[in-house]
Design a protein around this ligand. Structure first.
Ligand code: PMP
Length: 359
């Protein structure tokens, strides 16, 4: 077996032992004589998987009974619409921060639903960054404030969350379960699973139950949070296999110890940023220092030609997925929870070699 170092931004590297468990259990799940892929979502075997995934998430994130944990479909992109449809009361305003590509997409959908105010806009700045809490121009009485906790494309991350007097809503797609945060400060968080949680096809939503009670009664059934709260995310057929992998990934995080994992994430990112900063300006980080992402490390080389050569040689050497997002170019190393430290150390050695040969 030869596995490469996979720096893709999502779908992304999963823990090897999770893949091996899934492989071992694939044909005959827990002596049921069938695969979990074939099991009824109303049956006992699947029910235990569903409950384990939810209870592991509750335990790992310290979620109180005031919140519902929902396992939905439609990606984080669907939440760009569901959040304002359910949480933005008619006649009121919701505040949004624009920190880049993903925040803009959330805003683009929210304006179709109701009144949106941009509380801070640094979405087009280079170097990239997220807003400071001090620059937020908040609307008095707004329904909520939306932030994107980590901009996956630009590699800018909120390091401390703003303290505000209204529910905070966060798109945590690319950094959920990568670091500690206090759920009680948030009204709702959402995340597509395909980075830190498991495979695509599943979206995690954690929402304070009292916030959704006032949602307009004419919302389509599938787009109402209350539908999924009342049915424990079993209103319709859930993405069973993705939820099964989520159960395995969260079991793996519990076994690793989240504190160990979170520290490892900071150490991995620090190795890469140190290599960038020690290159005499040859490698240039694209995010402002104070908000450099621990999940998506973005940088540039002196020319686009060198960037292409870097990606080509890295791929040959077994480092996959380093090309930056097509909208911004450059290099992006996505190093989520399951990405091994050794892969980062090896990439740093490769970067030093590449500079020596081409610099
Ligand atoms: N938000 C962020 C921060 C993302 O990184 C992504 C996907 N890369 C999305 C939203 C969209 O997620 P999905 O593809 O699950 O709709």
């Amino acid at each position: 077996m030869s596995r490469i170092y996979n720096f893709n931004a999502g779908p992304a590297t999963l823990p090897l032992e999770v893949l091996e468990t899934a492989q071992a259990e694939l044909v005959d799940y827990a002596n049921t004589g069938m695969s979990i892929l074939e099991a009824s979502h109303r049956g006992k075997a699947y029910d235990a998987v569903h409950e384990e995934a939810i209870s592991n998430i509750r335990e790992l994130l310290g979620i109180s009974e005031d919140y519902a944990v929902l396992l939905l479909q439609g990606g984080a992109s669907m939440q760009f619409s569901m959040v304002p449809m359910n949480l933005l009361s008619p006649g009121k305003t919701a505040d949004y921060t624009n920190s880049g590509s993903w925040a803009s997409k959330a805003i683009e959908e929210a304006v179709k639903v109701g009144n949106i105010h941009i509380a801070a806009n640094c979405g087009n700045e280079i170097p990239t960054r997220v807003p400071n809490a001090e620059e937020l121009a908040l609307t008095p009485g707004a329904s909520y404030l939306h932030i994107t906790s980590n901009e996956t494309i630009s590699g800018a991350q909120w390091k401390a969350f703003p303290e505000v007097d209204r529910p905070l809503v966060a798109d945590m797609s690319s950094d959920i379960l990568s670091r500690d945060f206090d759920m009680s400060k948030f009204g709702l968080i959402y995340a597509g699973a395909q980075k830190n949680l498991g495979p695509s096809g599943l979206t995690l939503v954690i929402v304070r139950k009292d916030l959704v009670e006032a949602a307009p009664k004419n919302l389509p059934t599938m787009l109402r949070y209350t539908t999924h709260i009342e049915t424990n995310s079993l209103y319709n057929t859930p993405p069973c296999f993705s939820i099964y992998i989520l159960a395995l990934v969260t079991r793996w995080i519990k076994k690793m110890g989240k504190a160990t994992l979170y520290k490892q994430n900071v150490d991995k990112a620090a190795q890469l940023y140190t290599a960038i900063d020690n290159s005499g300006g040859w490698y240039k980080g694209t995010a402002v220092h104070t908000c450099r992402s621990d999940m998506n490390v973005t940088f540039r080389l002196p020319t686009e030609k060198l960037e292409s050569a870097f990606v080509a040689e890295a791929t040959k050497a077994g480092f996959n997925g380093l090309k930056g997002h097509r909208s911004v170019g450059g290099i992006r190393a996505s190093i989520y929870n399951a990405f091994p430290t050794q892969g980062v150390t090896d990439l740093v050695a490769f970067m030093n070699d590449f500079q020596r040969t081409n610099g």
